[in-house]
Design a protein around this ligand. Sequence first.
Ligand code: ADP
Ligand code: MG
Length: 354
Amino acid sequence: MSEENLTKLSDLGEFGLIYELTKDIKPKNDSTIKGIGDDAAVLHYPESKNILVSKDLLIEGVHFDMTFMPLKHLGYKSAIVNFSDMAAMNGKPKQMVVGIAVSSRYTVEALSEIYAGMKKACEIYGVDFVGGDTTSSTHGLHISVTVIGEVEKGKEVYRSGAKPNDLICVSGDLGGAYMGLLILEREKRAFQADPNVQPQLEGNDYILQRQLKPEARTDIVDALSKADILPTSMIDISDGLASEIIHICESSKTGCVVYEEKLPIDQLTFDIAKSFQIVPAIAALNGGEDYELLFTISQSDFEKIKAVEGVEIIGYITEESAGQRLITNDNQSIDIEAQGWDALKKKRNNVDKK
Ligand code: ADP
Ligand code: MG
């Protein structure tokens, strides 16, 4: 579409814009009594449920980069990161409320694209879009997403429940989203140096998708329930495995042992990490935004977890005094740190050079 055909926000005004963005939204869940269109949404949850609430605030230039984040993906991802928080409590997202503050350089078409991504996420995950607020900003785009969800009473899983000897499990694979980001940043630099250069993205679909269009692992919540496993603790991996396992250990007052060789790393992630001279385990431990689930289970659930597809046991919980340890492939025990894996990096780079 040419620039002239795009609609300025001022052409529609606030009410026109809200209408344009929300006219096709219809709530579906029993717990939604009233969605968009009044002063507040009305919800009703049965006695058997507890209600989960989570919010994320995304600022242009801080949390996302307009030069390589397609608008529809941005909308999708801003919903997914909150759905992932519901999964991390062992629950399901049910309603969503969105606040947007936007500068006049955005068009109605651009906002509609963002909304298309949010609506798609809602459709796929069975979430009702029940309200929001719209205002102007002096700089860029701010998106605030609040998600309301449900969990069966007594089935909510906290970060604080891990016990010594529990098994540490992780879903899916790790480090891919970070490798996707590195590829996008590389192409952005190439583009800034020469705007005529075509982006080199072929062959990297999987990791680009991990970065641009992550999914929330509500399917793992279902699989665990079906396998009759209630995790003892759980968290979603938004900042990297190392930082999340430290959160679980600190909340639970425990230590842990994680094995480098057990870290689930996809082959493409492995190869791209090598091409950037990053030790793949570092990408898996410190790369963020994978939105996989990290959880602990009782030893007695060992047989049951083997039946759950796409879950890897990567270590076990220890007494707090034992600290948080990583056992490397060459059998060294090192401290897990949220960032700055200098010791491992140096050692492994030397090994790789040999
Ligand atoms: P109020 O003056 O009470 O804030 P608004 O005119 O802002 O009401 O909103 C009218 C309706 O549209 C409300 O149901 C509100 O939740 C919904 N709404 C407003 N902005 C958005 C948005 N950006 N996304 C989704 N729904 C919105
Ligand atoms: Mg309002």
